[in-house]
Write a protein that binds this ligand. Structure first.
Ligand code: NAD
Ligand code: 0WE
Length: 258
């Protein structure tokens, strides 16, 4: 049985009710985990209010601001977790960002700043969070991140995000290799395209979703709940022998050649 009772789970990347991170948080909570979340701080406090109201039904015992570009904010998150929980069992990394101009047009036009920002937020953040989580995962733990096929194969317009996801998937392997001796497992879920805040801002996403609905073995896209269930599995003892892997939750799309 999938049972996360007594587990403390910190989930990053909730922006609204369409966020994949929200689907994951709900499924971890349903399996019995105690939930903590972050919000991305902004001047108007819009995300703070939205995320606070959204997660209220899950009774989160940790609710903290965190922009992963700021080391002080990352350290403060794990200070709070240490105070409130004394340990951490589950860390979910579910965030990405590239500037909009770098998600269309020629990949070769990517600016130095755009490349750096995309890899800092979307890739380095996993390693930074894992490093801060390590001392709190004294009883072992599970780290899960979200990736996309565009990190393995060329997907038009995914561009610098593809480079970021490729590096993210390799980061999963290096982290899994290092943290295995602490009984900390590190895996990625490669989700098929889902309409979210991030993906809706991308031109042509509707067409991509229609394409997946025609070609994927299951003839549909996946839901946030399905990704959440796979994440709950990877975080549970049912997956105790699995680390360093990329699990495709994509209605089978990845196996198709044409
Ligand atoms: P989303 O917009 O709901 O989530 C992205 C999150 O990243 C937001 O919560 C945002 O606040 C956060 N974020 C951005 N910059 C940040 C920063 N500097 N510090 C902290 N947080 C920051 O979109 P989503 O589609 O749910 O994306 C979640 C993850 O899933 C991403 O890693 C994305 O690449 C991945 N993914 C998405 C799809 C899809 O089709 N939607 C498919 C495969 C993988
Ligand atoms: O990882 C993602 C989305 C990542 C993303 C999206 C945005 C849009 C708004 C990162 N940064 C930003 N920055 C913004 O300003 N996905 C897997 C969803 C996605 O994005 C694509 C896709 C798919 C699928 C971009 C191009 C082509 C396909």
């Amino acid at each position: 049985m999938l049972d996360l009772t007594g587990k403390k789970a910190f989930v990053t990347g909730i922006a609204n009710d369409l966020s994949i991170a929200w689907g994951i948080a709900q499924q971890l909570h349903q399996a019995g985990a105690e939930i903590g979340v972050n919000y991305l701080p902004d001047e108007k406090g819009r995300f703070e209010k939205k995320v606070r109201e959204l997660v209220e039904p899950l009774n989160p015992t940790v609710f903290v601001p965190c922009n992963v570009q700021d080391d002080a904010q990352v350290d403060a998150v794990f200070e709070t977790i240490k105070e409130k929980w004394g340990k951490l069992d589950i860390l979910v990394h579910c965030l990405a960002f590239a500037s909009k101009e770098d998600l269309s047009g020629d990949f070769s036009s990517t600016s130095r700043a755009g490349f750096t920002t995309a890899l800092e937020i979307s890739t380095y953040s996993l390693t930074r969070l894992a490093s801060a989580a390590k001392p709190l995962m004294s009883e072992g733990g599970s780290i899960v991140t979200l990736t996309y096929l565009g990190g393995v194969k060329v997907i038009p317009n995914y561009n610098v995000m593809g480079v970021a996801k490729s590096a993210l998937e390799m980061s999963v392997r290096y982290l899994a290799s290092e943290l295995g001796s602490n009984n900390i497992r590190v895996n990625a879920i490669s989700a098929g395209p889902i309409r979210t805040l991030a993906s809706s801002a991308v031109g042509g996403i509707r067409k991509m979703i229609r394409h997946v609905e025609e070609v994927a073995p299951l003839r549909r896209t996946v839901t946030q709940t399905e990704v959440g269930n796979a994440a709950a599995f990877l975080c549970s003892d049912l997956a105790s022998g699995i680390t360093g892997q990329v699990l495709y939750v994509d209605a089978g799309y990845e196996i198709m050649g044409m």
